[in-house]
Design a protein around this ligand. Sequence first.
Ligand code: SF4
Length: 188
Amino acid sequence: MTVLFDLLERLSSLTRVWFREHPLLAELQPIQLSALLYLARCNRYSNTPLAVTDYLGLTKGTVSQSLKALELKGFVNKVPDLRDKRSVHLELTATARTLIEAVMPPDFLSSAAERMGASAGDLEGLLLELLRNIQRGENVPSFGLCRTCRFHQTSATGAVCGLTGEPLVAREIDLICREHRLPLETPG
Ligand code: SF4
C-alpha cells in the first residue's frame, strides 16, 4: 500500500504546483481555490459555509476567513436562504465561473488522460471504487454525484430527490451533494 500512497501523494503535489504556478490563479490561496472548485461542483443543498467546511475537512474559522476573502475579491455572493433567513448560500459570481472554466480540468491531466486512451476511463472507475471503500470504512460523508445517490429517483416528469421530495433539473444530476448517500449494499 506504500506505493499506492506514494502515487496519490505525488499526484496531489503535482496538482498543487500546477495550480500555484498558473498565472490566472496567482491571487488565490490554495484553500480559497479549493472552496471555489467545490462551490462550482456542488448543488443547491450543499453551497453553505458549513458544507464547504465539511467537504474541505478544515476548521470553521479557517474556512470562514477564506470565504470572506473570496467575497471581497468578487468571486462569491452570499444569498439568504428563502425558507430559513438565518442560513446563507454561497453563489459563484460570473467572474469566478469564467476563471474556473479557464483552468479546469487542468491541462496536464487532460493531456495525460488523452495519451492513456481507454485506460483513463478504467482508472477513473478504480479510483472511484477506492474512494467509496475508504468512505465506507471510515464512515465519512460521500459528497457523491446526485445520480449515484440512494435517494435519487426518476419519475415520469423527470428526476426527483427522494430525501427532499423536490424535482431536480437536468444539470443538478451531475453535481455533488452533501446529503448524498451511497446505495445500500445488497447482502451477498
Ligand atoms: S438525490 Fe441524493 S444527492 Fe441528489 S439532491 Fe437528493 S440527497 Fe442530494
